[in-house]
Design a protein around this ligand. Structure first.
Ligand code: DGJ
Length: 704
């Protein structure tokens, strides 16, 4: 709900309020964000003026300016800065007007959240130049989420924008801790905590994609916040390009948190009459720690981000040939895997990299999307037909944004690759990136999908992207590239809404809300080691639901770590995600277990993918729990990492159950009350040895 009373705007969700104020100097300031304080709102302007440098001086420095701009009396990090035609960079904005809309509008080019109800548009006008800023706020009441962004209008003259963050958040000094997700290839999204002090703390990527290293998500929290208690504000961004979040603790201790397009190497010329939209930022406040923050994000993403068609639709259990064969396969070998997979209950066969051009290694053929006839004599149609005949679905891997130097495409269109004249082309994984800002390149990519998807034989596509952008030709190019990508995706997804697309970027290198607006699921990491995956899936769950995290059972010893883990543990971890296999079934000694695993997965997938998720512990014993929305069923995972002799395992307290209900464990006669499981806890029993797992399915006893 959104209201205006006197000089306040009150945005309300189920448990939170976000309050804006037009102050005595006609500035839009942030009055409050947190748990509801009802309608008795103290005026904050007088508090702010206390901070003025000199008593008789008018300054914005101590004010919680809602969308701070550069150059006048606010000396902190601005959300917006631009160069005016006379070379000056000074702007000063004041409140102009507002409107409340029944729905949230969509962005023109970029992906954005679907509307969940009302939105508010507040217009700010620049006092010294013909520039207008529209701030948009949308409320998502049930999941306690607020979506914000800013749009800049050059009303009277051309301007050069240097910085245009999506939003700015002003918090009190108690929010002096930040949690964020950091990593690298095969180590994505490990949870980090950092104490904030005076100065600027920054996370971001300037590599053209949201990246493996620093995910756009972060959370600010007060001391003592845990999984179950304490105040936490989570922030994310619906964007897949170079992004940044800057958190400034000012000299008075106040905290300003900005996020959006990375201003580094950014510039946008806005011609007179043009508009520039920033990506949408997503905010949620939780008074019950990180767990509730994550569940708010999960509900929001499942309901308003993931394409509606796929949000609740069953995802097929798949087998992918990558770790089974890498580039070295024949049609016969693939069909052997598909045949065995079908017998075990697997529903979709995915042919990964190496099916096109003359690609036997990663050094050639990207862009030549014609079948590798030595491996697939009857082409893609040939193998697809045979897989479909077996009663399975067929899926295919592409890396559409790339071009190999050794490819017919490069020989025909060398100018399509992003390179710098007079410099040796800088390659990543032996490849170059296509210039997605060009309309002929965009048309080419769309035509590739037309060629393969029109026939209807392919029901799943894995869209990979295995390097970052370098040698970008101008400031602002990374954003232009991202818009080019979105434009291609918009065209393809509109044409083929029934095809399930999975995102991928060297594992989980582009795991963000922008991609999730198109791809209902994303390959979480190339690291398929069950123990490493605990950290990766745990971190990813801070910001993203299980319904979008792909997780596969692979062979042991694991290809990324060399670790030996038994089949039960590999399965237990993978089944807390969108599940599949990636191994050579002909060589898998425990193949028969797969049938039972798939039956088990089908029993819990509604709970894990659509229910409420709880992180119960992350020490030597990792435990995750999912609870169905009606609380009648729950799936619980315990994984012991290292074996410790001669100790009693600690009980793990479950969450989210009905206190008064009785729950049966794993279909047996063993039962516990919800209160018992949540207060005393459940003591896992592990087999002897390292890396052992236990899985529970709890079902509520029904009254007769
Ligand atoms: C990186 C992906 O993450 C892998 O799953 C696989 O598809 C390879 N690329 C193929 O080159």
């Amino acid at each position: 709900m959104i209201r205006k009373t006197e000089n306040y705007f009150i945005l309300e969700t189920k448990n939170t309020q976000y309050i804006l104020e037009i102050d005595a100097e006609n500035k839009l300031v942030q009055n409050y964000y947190g748990a509801k304080i009802n309608d008795y709102i103290p005026n904050r302007s007088h508090v702010c003026s206390f901070f003025c440098v000199e008593k008789n001086e008018k300054s914005d420095e101590g004010k919680n300016i809602e969308y701070p701009t550069f150059g006048h009396t606010d000396f902190r990090t601005p959300a917006f800065s631009c160069e005016l035609p006379d070379g000056s960079c000074v702007t000063d904005f004041e409140y102009s007007d507002y409107k409340i809309l029944d729905k949230k509008r969509s962005l023109e080019i970029m992906p954005c959240a679907r509307s969940g109800g009302e939105s508010l548009i507040i217009t700010l006008k620049c006092k010294n130049a013909p520039i207008r800023i529209e701030l948009m706020y949308a409320v998502y009441e049930d999941c306690d989420v607020i979506v914000k962004n800013a749009a800049i209008f050059a009303d009277g003259e051309d301007i050069l924008i240097d910085t245009a963050f999506s939003q700015s958040l002003s918090l009190s000094p108690e929010y002096d801790n930040v949690c964020y997700l950091a990593g690298a290839w095969a180590r994505e999204r490990h949870v980090q905590h950092q104490k904030l002090g005076y100065g600027i703390f920054e996370i971001g990527e300037a590599r053209g994609t949201s990246g493996h290293n620093l995910n756009p998500f972060f959370a600010l929290y007060k001391n003592g916040a845990t999984e179950t208690c304490g105040e936490v504000i989570g922030v994310n961004l619906i964007y897949s390009g170079s992004h940044a979040a800057k958190i400034e603790t000012d000299r008075f201790g106040g905290v300003r948190a900005l996020n959006g397009i990375n201003p580094f190497n950014f510039r946008k010329k806005l011609n007179k009459g043009e508009k520039f939209e920033t990506p949408e930022a997503v905010l949620t406040y939780s008074a019950q720690g990180f767990g509730k923050m994550s569940r708010n994000f999960h509900d929001f993403i499942n309901e308003y981000i993931i394409p509606a068609k796929w949000a609740k639709k069953e995802r097929p259990v798949l087998i992918n040939n990558w770790e089974a064969t890498y580039f070295s396969f024949t049609e016969e070998k693939l069909l052997e895997i598909a045949r065995m997979a079908k017998e075990l209950g697997i529903e979709l066969f995915v042919l990964d990299d190496g099916w096109f051009g003359k690609r036997d290694l990663d050094n050639c053929s990207l862009g030549d999307w014609t079948p590798h006839l030595k491996k697939l004599p009857k082409g893609i149609d040939g193998i697809a037909d045979k897989v479909l005949e077996k009663g399975m679905k067929f899926g295919l891997w592409f890396e559409p944004e790339m071009i190999s130097e050794d490819s017919d495409l490069f020989r025909a269109h060398p100018d399509w690759a992003i390179v710098t004249d007079n410099l040796t082309p800088s390659k990543g994984r032996c490849q170059l990136v296509l210039d997605l800002t060009r309309s002929d390149v965009q048309d080419f990519i769309v035509s590739v999908f037309d060629r393969y998807l029109v026939g209807g034989k392919i029901s799943y596509v894995k869209w990979d992207m295995n390097r970052y952008l370098s040698d970008v030709p101008r400031k602002g190019y990374c954003h232009e590239y991202t818009l080019g990508l979105y434009s291609v995706l918009n065209r393809i997804f509109k044409k083929y809404p029934d095809v399930l697309f999975e995102g991928c970027s060297g594992g989980g290198g582009r795991f963000d809300l922008g991609m999730l607006c198109y791809f209902p699921q994303i390959w979480t990491s190339d690291d398929t080691d069950a123990v490493e995956r605990l950290k990766i899936q745990n971190g990813t769950s801070f910001a993203y639901p299980l319904s979008c995290m792909s997780a596969h059972v692979t062979i042991t010893p694991n290809h990324q770590t060399g670790r030996v883990c038994d089949m039960d543990t590999r399965f237990a971890v993978a089944c807390f995600g969108v599940f599949g296999y990636e191994l050579d079934l002909a060589k898998e000694p425990e193949r028969e277990k797969i049938k039972t695993q798939i039956e088990f997965y089908k029993q819990i997938k509604e709970i894990t993918l659509q229910g409420d998720f709880y992180r119960l512990s992350d020490g030597n014993v990792f435990s995750f729990q999912a609870v169905s929305k009606d609380k009648s069923e729950s799936a619980v995972l315990f994984v012991k990492q290292l074996s410790v002799p001669n100790v009693i395992e600690k009980a793990v307290r479950l969450q989210g159950l009905k206190e008064d209900s009785i729950y049966f464990v794993n279909g047996s006669g063993v039962s516990f009350s919800g209160a018992d499981l949540m207060n005393r806890g459940f003591t896992p029993e592990f087999a002897q040895g390292d890396y052992k797992a236990q899985l529970l399915v709890l079902k509520e006893k029904k009254e007769k």
